[in-house]
Ligand binder design. Structure first.
Ligand code: GLY
Length: 559
């Protein structure tokens, strides 16, 4: 990891305050130093956490094109300090109105490889531009023209290519080879650009300027919309101007649960994240984890994961299309039943649980966490599904479209890009939102507020679970983001773990119980903020050491 990223990793401020007063400083953790700086620029200009969230989202759309963008979607979980109100802004993509259940199948009903991943037909109708406009109008105190300014500057002046950018571009070279406009913008002579090569995006700057002047209409109507639709249709896609003009964000009540004296507030459907997170915590609440050895602890955490992921596939989808038994799934009594099926000495074979199969989800998503000096907070997880999304840019827009359609079950029962299979609740339908795993989360009690989340496809939810367990134990954000990770998602029936996450006695204790262990490369890019409001008033932020993000804590306003 480059030294400068290590130095940026954690910011700490110790200034004494009394309980429930405002934090002594603001904090931002995001996946890219330039996005974190964009957020602070807006806080310094008098913006609040919601304005900063606009700036960070837009900057990430420019400098992290493999993980998020105007062509993508996301969930912004907001905490308004003065009202003590939390709300989720659902800016998830929608299927185009001409989409249909079998659109990625051939005449024999077989899935056509890569059709839901690469190119114009893979793209959902973007939600990010509408969400940024909504955030600015309903929650911010600055106009979009101000909070989009850092992103416009970054798009015009460019940003230097990093090692992570190069790796992501190399991974998608085959798709770039089919997509001249995307290759022109994001590669150098058809290859991953050299380190430090400057990526300039004048077309994207123009689109951001249209939004700065006209809000969401600058993207969803007029010349930008015409170019988007023309480009998509010329490449075999099915978007219409009606799809764009009809896109709306939805304000949703977050899901809520309790765990060891903390309130956990997280993403509502169409994300599966919050429901699965709270189910897992409800199951674990009935065990004394601290009294167990490491193998015993990991075993129970994995059994909770297994059960929550089974339910996720069975019950969750777009709440506008699927009846979700939300109250039941979130109720502690329901978790009591799940807990009773867990043996402490044996892994439960997933095949012995009632059948359902988990949906997938791309890895290439981004998360950021913000706390402002008034105590407002934002946890936002935004998605470009696969690295560089659909690797398709409608000419004259600079907008990289997102293959979020692959988050639907392209054919119920058939594996998606990640070898995972989806259920009926997540089948494609016109205007429907695909099921997500994104899990922006607040964990709080009278003493502290934790803001966290991560990218990572189906592994997002288990990363947030592990981070939440650390936060509740009182560990600092650096421990949440750097904790070695384990994951189980019901099917395939394997316990995935990062190299070095389990020592030899723990591995033995798990194998004796019947768990099948599989080492995976490190995963995730968690970004977290903590405000210890009742004790020393400490504000901390941390960025996952596995990638290239930046967390900082700064005093931004003169009092
Ligand atoms: N595209 C990743 C997710 O929404 O879960």
């Amino acid at each position: 990891m480059p030294l400068r990223f290590v130095l940026f990793l954690v910011g700490l401020v110790f200034l004494p305050v009394h309980a429930d007063e405002r934090p002594p400083a603001a904090a931002i953790a995001s996946a890219h130093p330039l996005a974190t700086e964009a957020g602070f620029e807006i806080l310094k200009a008098g913006g609040n956490a919601f304005d900063a969230a606009v700036a960070v989202s837009a900057a990430l759309a420019v400098v992290e094109p493999y993980s998020s963008g105007l062509g993508g979607g996301g969930f912004w979980l907001l905490h308004e300090a003065e009202k003590d109100r939390q709300v989720m802004i659902d800016g998830r993509e929608r299927a185009p109105l001409a989409a249909h259940r079998d659109m990625y199948l051939d005449a024999k009903g077989e899935v056509i490889p890569r059709l839901s991943m690469d190119g114009a037909l893979a793209a959902g109708i973007p939600g990010v531009p509408a969400a940024l406009d909504h955030l600015a109008r309903e929650y911010g105190c600055l106009p979009l023209a101000v909070s989009l300014a850092p992103a416009i500057r970054l798009a015009r002046e460019g940003f230097p290519v990093t090692g992570h950018y190069r790796r992501m571009a190399a991974f998608r070279l085959a798709a770039f080879a089919e997509s001249p406009e995307a290759a022109r913008l994001f590669l150098q002579a058809g290859q991953p650009p050299e380190l430090g090569h400057v990526i300039r995006q004048p077309d994207l700057a123009w689109v951001l300027e249209r939004m700065a002047e006209e809000g969401a209409d600058g993207f969803y109507r007029g010349e930008v919309a015409r170019r988007l639709v023309a480009g998509v249709r010329a490449a075999g896609g099915i978007w219409t101007e009606e799809d764009l003009a009809g896109y709306r964000v939805v304000e949703r009540e977050p899901v809520r649960g309790r765990y060891r004296g903390h309130e956990v507030i997280s993403a509502a459907p169409p994300s599966s994240g919050g429901v699965a997170l709270i189910t897992m915590l409800n199951i674990l609440a009935g065990f004394d984890l601290a009294a167990l050895d490491e193998a015993g602890r990991v075993h129970l955490v994995v059994e909770a994961m297994r059960r929550a992921y089974r339910d996720r596939a069975e019950y969750l989808g777009d709440p506008e299309s699927v009846a979700i038994p939300r109250e039941r799934l979130l109720h502690p009594f329901y978790a009591d039943g799940l807990r009773m099926s867990i043996r402490t000495d044996r892994a439960t074979p997933s095949a012995s649980l009632p059948g359902a199969v988990p949906p997938g989800g791309g890895d290439d998503t981004t998360h950021f966490s913000i706390l402002d000096a008034d105590g407002n907070a934002v946890a936002a997880t935004l998605s470009i599904n696969y690295p560089f999304g659909a690797v398709f840019v409608p000419p004259g827009t600079g907008v990289l479209l997102n293959d979020e359609m692959d988050d639907f079950s392209t054919k119920p029962g058939v594996p998606n890009a990640y070898g995972l299979v989806g259920a009926e609740a997540n089948a494609i339908a016109p205007g429907k939102r695909p099921l997500s795993s994104m899990t922006p989360t607040f964990v709080r009690n009278d003493e502290r507020l934790a803001v966290l989340g991560a990218p990572g496809g189906s592994r997002i939810i288990t990363m947030v679970l592990l981070g939440t367990l650390e936060a509740v134990e009182g560990k600092p954000p650096l421990a949440w983001v750097s904790r070695p990770r384990i994951h189980h998602q019901y099917l395939p029936d394997v316990l995935q773990h990062e190299p070095g996450a389990l020592d030899a006695p723990t591995r033995k204790g798990l194998e004796v119980r019947g768990h099948v262990l599989r080492e995976q490369q490190p995963w995730g890019n968690m970004q977290a903020v903590l405000w210890e409001r009742a004790s020393d008033g400490r504000v901390e932020a941390a960025s996952d050491p596995r990638v290239e993000g930046m967390a900082a804590v700064r005093v931004v306003r003169d009092e």
